[in-house]
Design a protein around this ligand. Structure first.
Ligand SMILES: NC(=O)c1ccc[n+]([C@@H]2O[C@H](COP(=O)([O-])OP(=O)(O)OC[C@H]3O[C@@H](n4cnc5c(N)ncnc54)[C@H](OP(=O)(O)O)[C@@H]3O)[C@@H](O)[C@H]2O)c1
Length: 248
């Protein structure tokens, strides 16, 4: 992929699920392109490992923000926003990568508590986090928010339960936000990475040969495109990584 260097120089970008398969590669790619990345995840040891890798590579010093999205309450998001405000004064980007599948189950047998948990992590948390970050995103000259979606968010499929519903809801929220901020300098888009070689995918399709799948490294440029000024006229859209990579 032929990108200019330092496409994200000076930008401050928060990434959820930063220690996950896709989130980690997105975080490293953004840092490599000059961004200060705020790594949000629930396991401090994984975040610290990623922090060290970014620092040792000589990229801008990242920050770590441990938060469990299943148990986080509205005041936790307010606190996060306040702390980022004090530290950085603004936010230029927000990428939602964190998600949980919760297992594939027919609705007839779907555990109610699991339904709540999946919707909490995959939908309520991105809603609360985005809402809390809006004042900081407004402080940016041009901000970009990316929701990571899935094909089952666009087209319902049996057994995907709360995961599918959460992604459909995210896609709806994305359009709503894009319309509400149409005349402002914050853009919102959904990105579907499609089948990618991560633990997430392996858990759902244990019999699949992972070598047949694209790596997170292959799809990271699609996130970079949506975060960079190259996409500054684009909002309220839904893309697959493949669609964007073909354009680049
Ligand atoms: N891989 C694919 O084939 C594929 C296809 C379509 C869409 N997607 C989407 O791509 C995104 C990234 O997925 P991935 O493949 O990179 O999966 P992954 O490696 O499992 O990463 C998911 C991340 O979400 C974090 N997370 C889960 N529950 C959390 C919680 N309660 N609080 C905070 N963080 C939590 C995980 O943290 P821990 O590390 O602590 O578990 C992990 O870092 C997801 O939104 C997924 O829906 C993936």
């Amino acid at each position: 992929m032929d990108f200019e260097k330092n496409l994200l120089e000076g930008k401050v970008i928060l990434i959820t699920g930063a220690a996950g398969g896709i989130g980690e590669m997105v975080s490293k790619t953004f840092a490599q392109q000059g961004a200060t990345v705020i790594l949000l995840g629930r396991k401090i040891s994984k975040l610290e490992k990623l922090y060290d890798q970014i620092e040792q590579a000589g990229y801008p010093q990242p920050a770590i923000y441990p938060l469990n999205l299943e148990s986080a309450a509205p005041h936790d998001y307010e606190e996060l926003s306040n702390r980022l405000g004090e530290e950085f004064g603004r936010l230029d980007g927000l990428v939602h990568c964190a998600a949980t599948v919760g297992g594939l189950t027919p609705i007839e047998h779907y555990d109610i508590m699991r339904w709540y948990q999946v919707l909490q992590v995959n939908f309520n948390a991105p809603f609360m986090l985005t809402k809390a970050c809006l004042p900081l995103l407004k402080q940016s000259e041009t901000a970009s928010v990316v929701f990571t979606t899935d094909s089952v968010g666009k087209q319902a499929k049996a057994y995907w339960g709360a995961y599918g519903v959460s992604k459909a809801a995210l896609e709806n929220l994305n359009k709503m936000l894009a319309e509400e901020f149409e005349s402002q300098h914050i853009r919102f888009n959904c990105l579907d990475p499609e089948a990618t070689k991560t633990f997430f995918r392996a858990r759902i399709y244990p019999g699949e040969n992972p070598q047949t799948l694209p790596s997170p490294e292959t799809i990271a440029p699609a996130y970079l495109y949506l975060m960079s000024e190259q996409s500054k006229e684009i909002s309220g859209q839904r893309f697959t990584a493949k669609e964007l990579l073909e354009k680049l």
